[in-house]
Design a protein around this ligand. Structure first.
Ligand SMILES: [Zn+2]
Length: 76
């Protein structure tokens, strides 16, 4: 009788795990994402715009400057 209960319990655990595998995986992924988000929050928030701007070569001197800004050679 005990063996039967054990077998039923084992089957239930396996079935339960199988049934909720996708949910377990997504929950695990959520935890990992949250951890990554918290770890990266100190460096740069996800919502913030990237700091890197497009660089364009200056037509006069060829130096790369941020798009939309004048090169220092033109200012001088
Ligand atoms: Zn220039």
């Amino acid at each position: 009788m005990l063996k039967l209960l054990f077998t039923i319990g084992l089957v239930y655990v396996v079935w339960f795990s199988f049934k909720n595998w996708a949910r377990i995986q997504s929950a695990y992924k959520e935890v990992q994402d949250e951890k990554a988000r918290q770890a990266g929050a100190h460096v740069k928030p996800k919502s913030r715009q990237p700091v890197v701007q497009d660089l364009v070569p200056c037509p006069k001197c060829g130096a790369y400057v941020a798009a939309g800004t004048a090169c220092s050679c033109e200012k001088a």
